[in-house]
Design a protein around this ligand. Sequence first.
Ligand SMILES: Cc1cc2nc3c(=O)[nH]c(=O)nc-3n(C[C@H](O)[C@H](O)[C@H](O)COP(=O)(O)OP(=O)(O)OC[C@H]3O[C@@H](n4cnc5c(N)ncnc54)[C@H](O)[C@@H]3O)c2cc1C
Ligand SMILES: Cc1cc2nc3c(=O)[nH]c(=O)nc-3n(C[C@H](O)[C@H](O)[C@H](O)COP(=O)(O)O)c2cc1C
Length: 763
Amino acid sequence: MRIACLGGGPAGLYFAISMKLRDAAHRVDLFERNRADDTFGWGVVFSDQTVENLMANDPVSGAVIAGEFAHWDDIDVHIHGETIRSSGHGFIGIGRKRLLAILQERAGALGVALHFEHEASSDLDDWAGYDLVIAADGANSRIRDRYAPHFDVDIQLRRNKFFWFGTHKVFEAFTFAFEQTEAGWVWAHAYRFDDDLSTFIVEMDPDTWAGLGLDAMDQPDAIALCERIFAKYLDGHALMSNARHLPGPQAWLQFRRIVCGRWSHDKLILLGDAAHTAHFSIGSGTKLALEDAIKLAEVLNRPGLGRDEALAEYQAERNLEVLKLQNSARNSTEWFETLDRYLHFEPIQFAYSLLTRSQRVSHENLRLRDKGWLEGVERWFQSNAQGRAVNEPAPPMFAPFRLRGLELANRVVVSPMAMYSAEEGAPNDFHLVHYGARAQGGAGLVYTEMTCVSAEGRITPGCAGLYAPEHVEAWRRIVDFVHANSHAKFCLQLGHSGPKGSTKVGWEGYDVPLDGGNWPVMAASDVPWSPDNQLPRPMTRDDMDEVIAQFVASVRLGLDAGFDMIELHAAHGYLLSSFITPLTNKRSDDYGGSLDNRLRFPLEVFSAMRAAWPDDKPMSVRISANDWMGDLGVTPDEAVEIGRAFWAAGADLIDVSAGQTWADCQPIYGRMFQTPFADQVRNEGRVTTMAVGNIYEADHVNSILAAGRADLVALARPHLIDPMWTLRAAAQQDYRRVAVPPPYVGGMAQLARNLAREAEMKA
Ligand SMILES: Cc1cc2nc3c(=O)[nH]c(=O)nc-3n(C[C@H](O)[C@H](O)[C@H](O)COP(=O)(O)OP(=O)(O)OC[C@H]3O[C@@H](n4cnc5c(N)ncnc54)[C@H](O)[C@@H]3O)c2cc1C
Ligand SMILES: Cc1cc2nc3c(=O)[nH]c(=O)nc-3n(C[C@H](O)[C@H](O)[C@H](O)COP(=O)(O)O)c2cc1C
């Protein structure tokens, strides 16, 4: 094959090497616009796994590279005058210049024709003599941009500014240094990659950048300013730039996040940064480029595969890995872009949040890396939660939590789940067993399903209610059982179905109208849930007064029944949610339009409930923090305002759910997919939040809590199938101080022993 490689970065060079290794008869011409020893950037970092991949592909260059790596284990986080050091992180670094020199030498030795100072054409017609053209020309690939529609290119320019410096200061640990200036926070990512050289990337948000005057500053002045800001870390060493040819402001870059739907077009193939980028803060760009190169060479030489099949295979085999890394990189990018959220954390929690920012590193990963440090975090968390010095480390999920006069034994919550098993609104034996079992399963707080404030306010004929004397009796029986047989507290979720009412029970079809016996429904406006659902009646002032009175009456009945806490359900497209989202609120009176107006009725309801509920008992509000409809609906930014408004009205906890407010919305599902909203509402709004949504492992719960992304964590479906989820999590973590119902103690002890034995055998 005759192959033209455009670009002599890690991707192009390593691909050329990998092709020649597999078949020396390939003719590979590599064109690089720069001289052999020109390069931007300083050091790059790898993981041990990447080195193993390099050794397996080419032991010759792999051994040279491995022999020259600088290796370190520690991460130092400098914040608010403190240094938090954790260990066991295992990084290796090498100079980019040195890496390229090693690869150039190896490529030359294998017979790759290297053409330096050669600007490669971006017109495919100029490459007629080649069977394959490899676009390895980096993130700004001109040839990719020229044929962009074929690659389905999506480019996002991220907001922060950064400058990639080098310095002779040798950092012992991977260093994150955060410094406050008069214009805002500035931070550095620094690591050693050679005996006397370190990379030193300075990053800040664009307002700070402009505020410091860097938008109009020459490079020498900008460098001098950065040296002053970070003087205490540099020990008198200078910052060095190898972008000296650029005018000052242009040497500051903004990360370009690149995703391509297709990686090849005809004989043109994208490789490395040209195909996809990963933010420098997770240090994986070079790894991706090298691993792409290995895979592409492998499929092109795989016996029996034609060119097009090989290219399809290349993308199919690399895509998942790339998407995973890009996902982590996005989380990490966003963490640095929203740094202000976390600056009020104590240094130890700030460091934990930083270390777990990409969500690739979890609580248990940190334990494996540095048990002592993690136990320090656990002790800090428990001490904070208990208001006294705690010497015994314990999982964050088992820290108590206080809401007004209510003390929860731990932070695990059984999320509200409609059971559609009530008769005329009355809960029955099913509910006694269902809630009783979940309360005995160890969670600190158990929610009821959405319990409706009137017969018309039910979603389905099977929904539970609290609007008649017989309902109070039936609920009291369950509440009494929970209180007598568990340590769980019991929260009553009150709601009104609004436009989603008069529909079938869940297992007969969600949100599908009844076959017969429908009742009229109402909402903020006459917007039906779907073309099949009833057209709701827009609420009048009289309707509003009646609904407020119903909520207040249910609150009083809830008090009679003995509940510990009340939640107002203002999410998921039901009555109050139909006011909050602009997708369904089309009113032109004081209850529609601006967010203040859209919140007016839900806040009237909440305030009336709060007034009827005792002061020492807490209340929460469930919100949909994202309509998943972009700016047309509620956005997470708006959710911060929504959370604050309920908080100001006396809510003690914002239960942050999302979606189900518009039938055609496009949620992005994944592990813990709604937790970023709980994080944003909590840390921007400075309120207490509960996270929910595809959280299913103890490790998820501990990571969310210790990183300060939420105060409580609710699990719904995991509790459907395993009422004892919390006790099982305690056994898995060998946590003994959880309260087990006395008749079940033997089972718990055996489970803990078996799990410990299994873990030992695995180890
Ligand atoms: C600040 C910063 C820090 C980073 N830190 C790390 C890190 O720690 N670890 C890590 O793994 N990655 C890191 N990266 C990412 C890493 O640099 C890239 O992901 C990696 O270099 C991608 O390799 P590549 O060969 O695809 O592209 P590049 O390295 O960009 O190489 C492309 C090459 O093509 C050449 N070229 C472009 N156009 C033409 C043309 N028309 N004709 C001829 N030649 C052309 C360029 O001169 C360049 O040499 C960092 C990136 C930045 C910006
Ligand atoms: C069967 C079922 C019924 C639900 N009913 C309610 C409800 O009554 N009120 C509510 O706020 N959320 C309800 N939800 C949503 C859950 O509380 C939770 O937010 C959602 O299932 C995501 O959490 P998970 O991934 O842990 O299941 C229900 C979920 C399920 C699976």
